[in-house]
Design a protein around this ligand. Sequence first.
Ligand code: BMA
Length: 330
Amino acid sequence: MITYTPTLLNSKDNSYPELFKRNSQNPIITSKDLPYPAHTIFNPGATIFENKTLLLARVEDRQGFSHLAKAISKDGVSNWIFDRGPTMNAEPNIHPEERWGIEDPRITWMTELEKWAITYTSFSRTGPLISLALTSDFINFEKQGSIMPPDDKDAALFPRRFNGKYILIHRPYSEGHKAHIWISSSTDLKNWGDHQILLNARNGGWWDANKIGLSAQPLETSEGWLILYHGVKNTVAGAIYRLGLALLDLENPAKVLKRSNEWIFGPKEPYEKFGDVSDVVFPCGWILDEHTSIVNMYYGGADSCIGLASANLCELLQYMHSCPEPCEDD
Ligand code: BMA
């Protein structure tokens, strides 16, 4: 039986208070900001590079194909500096799996390698799959090729090894089945095994029924790895992409400690509700400021632009404490 506990209810006006508050300058980036013609810019990965905020966003051109473009800003909100052209292009001649573009990058600083790992979706002739690239400067990218066959998306690495193994979160999918979030491990970042479900898509009327996927890269906190994920609800008017949280054990990320029952962020503003794909908020990266404890979440709005919403990490963890342990039967 489902017991409903409205954990986020605001006693003052009966509305749900938002953990993540939208920036007043939203959308902070649109395709008009790029120094070259592009249709849309959205779904950015995020990291800190040379003490500045670096976004690596998906840019779609008028052929319908995507490449990645970087944007760097001192305050993480305004004055974004872009490369003159695409930062990372699909290279189907060398990597045939990148035939129809590259999308949705997640960025992880890999302590041992002293490089950033970028896990992104390659749009191959046989469906989306996960590719990996390494970089130390966001100018030169060492493409490692595909690391998971199609259909697979929404992947990010943990920054360090656990018992000698790298760990990847990803979202394989096969027609006619629910899309759950999986976790796998590898000793060389190339050969992956120990595949198991980490978070299951729920059933029936849940906001995250049938299809979920990782959003931003895992965020290490004193309480565990904070996981931001999207849930897709299918309605007669189309799909709605919303966000939830989970907390994983610090030493064993395959163990889920908590999972939010409610979505914590969803499409509300016009730039999230209307665009190429309406009713979508889709973050691929977030950044924690260790001094202020503010988490900046960068997200695609309606597959058309980039928004920023910020939360206090203490409030996020407090909220996680109020959440239940995951329940298999939901
Ligand atoms: C997902 C991905 C995202 C996109 C979202 C909504 O499957 O393709 O890039 O933002 O759908 O269209």
